[in-house]
Design a protein around this ligand. Structure first.
Ligand code: FAD
Length: 469
């Protein structure tokens, strides 16, 4: 009987345990992607980027003699219908770790099994599943460094190879057309501006991984903090849709390290930050929606998402060049350098004393590498209420950060057009991308500071000190 592979955030053919299990069944394999409420709930940029990934995977599957079947509806209904139509005896998928996916997948598994279908979930989205790493006293790590020490010498299995051919069923079940799903419908800034900045699909991701592991990884430790320098892997968009696996990254990083690339260990550590985020989301799912440390619940964050200061933050018009460059970079490219993410998050939650949820939601709308676990951990870290967080009293000063990490102004010039006689295309792209309702154009004056840095800092510190633990 055929086997169904239900694809979600594992849009690749190599190192795919669920796909391998389906192939091992010996019959035809039917790859399916379901547009269910989890896709419905995505922000504009991640949804659009997911569409690009699906198109790429469909092409790769076609080269193996297979197809990507697209269906819309509740996952269980769709899978039941597909089982009935195709006579499939098994359904395989890669596990996800957010509470909604866990609840859905559990229900799907037991309902399918009740009807005699062999429903199986598999690892693949993380290297170390959340229940496989425990502290000495039991339980999960709430602090990163000991978790790193606990996993760094573990054997990570060698990635599985991609199948050359995937056996097709005699008759393919019907499929929706990807174009009809209009995955870019909410992407008002349009594909044309953002598209050139995306690296889509498995082949492109692997090529980038190898180029990075043979080159820039050696200087990663020193160069990764400079947002104008192309010093990081830029693989987050590929990892988030599973166009590449963390295991493939891990092995490439290990090879570089053993080949003498000193910076590689720092990069391997970043991969484990991603794992740490997943463990936290699995064990403390409230990290997605509320203060991880609940003693922060009384903190007087502003929750006005439409406040003019918040709008200025979103639009990159705060008068703080590092913040503004970063917000525009995200709007145009769908990504933002990690140092810049820390700075804009600190600025919003501290200088503007605005709830981190407002920032988290805007990132979820705009990032093509949006990842529920890393985004939530990043925001709560910056705000001070998360696990292993930056202490609240340590407020990033965007001006001194600029002096340290963008001294020549290469990053701010790349993204801020105002005041430049001949702004670069990147800075002008921003004005092509923004909604007309924002009424922005490059001939405007660059704004003055919306908040005095030392006053903003002091206001946040006063609130912090007045807080009762
Ligand atoms: P590299 O420096 O090459 O690192 C390799 C990989 O390690 C990354 O691709 C990523 O998967 C992982 N990684 C690196 N840093 C972190 C980190 N701090 N936390 C978790 N994983 C990490 N990352 C996302 O993938 N999606 C998000 O939605 C996201 N939101 C964030 C929000 C805030 C407020 C902050 C401070 C960080 C956020 N990050 C997020 C983490 C980090 O900024 C990005 O993963 C990184 O900038 C991606 O660039 P890269 O692929 O070149 O990373």
């Amino acid at each position: 009987a055929p086997s169904i592979v239900w694809l979600r955030r594992d849009l690749r053919l190599a190192d795919h345990p669920a796909l391998c299990a389906a192939l091992a069944g010996g019959g035809a394999v039917i790859p399916v992607f379901i547009h269910d409420e989890s896709v419905e709930g995505l922000g504009a940029a991640p949804k659009w980027r997911l569409g690009l990934s699906l198109a790429s995977l469909a092409r790769d599957l076609a080269e193996c003699g297979s197809r990507l079947i697209l269906r819309r509806g509740a996952a269980l209904d769709v899978l039941r219908a597909l089982v009935a139509e195709t006579g499939a005896g098994a359904v395989h998928w890669s596990r996800l770790y957010d509470p909604q996916s866990i609840a859905r997948d559990k229900a799907v598994k037991s309902a399918l099994r009740e009807t005699g279908v062999d429903a199986q979930s598999h690892p693949g989205h993380v290297m170390f599943e959340p229940w496989t790493v425990e502290t000495k006293t039991g339980g999960f790590y709430r602090v990163y460094s000991p978790m790193w020490r606990a996993v760094k010498d573990r054997d990570v299995a060698v990635p599985l190879t991609a199948p050359a051919q995937i056996p097709a069923p005699k008759v393919w079940p019907a499929s929706d057309r990807l174009d009809d799903w209009q995955m870019g419908a909410a992407m008002h800034r349009g594909a044309d501006v953002c598209l050139p900045y995306q690296r889509v699909g498995e082949a492109a991701a692997m090529e980038r991984l190898h180029a990075f592991a043979d080159g820039a990884i050696a200087q990663y430790q020193d160069a990764r903090n400079f947002p104008a320098v192309d010093a990081t892997s830029a693989l987050s968009e590929n990892l988030t849709y599973g166009e590449i696996s963390p295991r493939q990254c891990w092995h490439a990083g290990q090879r570089a390290l053993h080949g003498g690339a000193k910076g590689a260990e720092t990069w391997l550590k970043e991969l484990v930050w991603r794992e740490f985020a997943y463990h936290l989301m699995y064990h403390t799912p409230h990290i997605l929606s509320g203060n991880w440390r609940t003693d922060w619940d009384a903190f007087p964050w502003s929750t006005d998402a439409d406040h003019p200061e918040v709008m200025a933050w979103k639009q990159g018009r705060t008068g703080e060049p590092f913040v503004d460059a970063a917000m525009r970079e995200m709007y145009v490219t769908g990504k933002m350098h990690n140092r810049a993410r820390m700075i804009v998050a600190s600025y919003l939650t501290k200088h503007l004393m605005t709830h981190w949820k407002i920032g988290l939601d805007w990132f979820a709308e705009c990032l093509t590498d949006w990842d529920p676990a890393s985004n939530a951990m990043g925001w709560q870290w910056a705000a001070g209420c998360g696990p292993d967080a930056a202490p609240y009293f340590r407020v990033f000063n965007p001006e001194t950060q600029l002096d340290k990490f963008d001294r020549g102004g290469a990053y701010t010039r790349r993204w801020i057009a105002e005041g430049q006689r001949t702004p670069p295309a990147t800075a002008l792209d921003y004005f092509k991308a923004v909604p007309r309702a924002w009424q922005l154009d490059p001939s405007m004056l660059y704004p003055g500071r919306i908040v005095d840095l030392s006053q903003g800092r002091q206001r946040a510190l006063n609130a912090y000190e007045a807080r009762e633990f």
